[in-house]
Write a protein that binds this ligand. Sequence first.
Ligand code: G1P
Length: 290
Amino acid sequence: MKPLRKAVFPVAGLGTRFLPATKAVAKEMLPVVDKPLIQYAVEEARAAGIEQFCMVTGRGKTALVEHFDIAFELEATLRDRDKQEALALLEGTQVEPGSMVTVRQQVPLGLGHAIWCARAFVGDDPFAILLPDDLVLSDTPCLTQLAEAYRETGGNVVAVTEVAREHTHRYGILKTGADDGRMVEVLGLVEKPPPHLAPSTLSVIGRYVLMPEVIEELARMDRGAGGEVQLTDGMARLIGRQPFHGLRYEGRRFDCGDKAGYLEAQIAFALKHPDLGPTVRAFLRRYLDA
Ligand code: G1P
């Protein structure tokens, strides 16, 4: 079994649900408390042993790349002024030289197409996908849990969670097989089915460990839900040929592609923050009592 060392971050989306905030700023640069969404995703990948990072970007997304570069003037100024604490805050933004590449998805043809754009980066290796919109608050980082499940099963693993039946049309949904309560065998995958057609209420969140063969399936460029090339459809074609499991991860997912989910993430992460937690807890109480 090949080790998991590569991760793809699809970040070409327009962020229309967050306009006007995302008119000139990439949605992945929106902060939750004090860090942009993309940094949470990159830090999670690193914690899981990822050494090579590929961002699938588009127009207007250069700030995402800049964020993981050295900011020479800023850092020199902070050093001159002996601002050690501020310098330490930049640590999570620094990656090994040459370990981060970008490819462009010139046209928004869907998540499956975005992943296919990273085909040269993926090569013949297993790889992770992290959708920065999905933020997971957990004791063990979500991708670390998936990487462990990959080592156990030697195949494709996606992070899954139960959703309300009226929300199945927002997610990739599993047709489930053998289920031990933690890991569930995937017998089928459907992208955004209406509630009455959903084969279950177990949904895929934006964390995947996939085998490189998915790229060949995506290369067919079959159009699926919403007329887009869907990652879900490419993955579905691997079922039966390779092990495929859903992992009920430990943790709470926040859908930061949605305003309410994003605001909830701010509150949950602020309450967990070592410096801010007590202050936020106190003012939330005041608002709720008022
Ligand atoms: C994408 C996937 C979907 C998955 C979801 C998780 O949808 O297509 O299968 O359940 O991410 O967040 P999107 O959120 O891009 O519409």
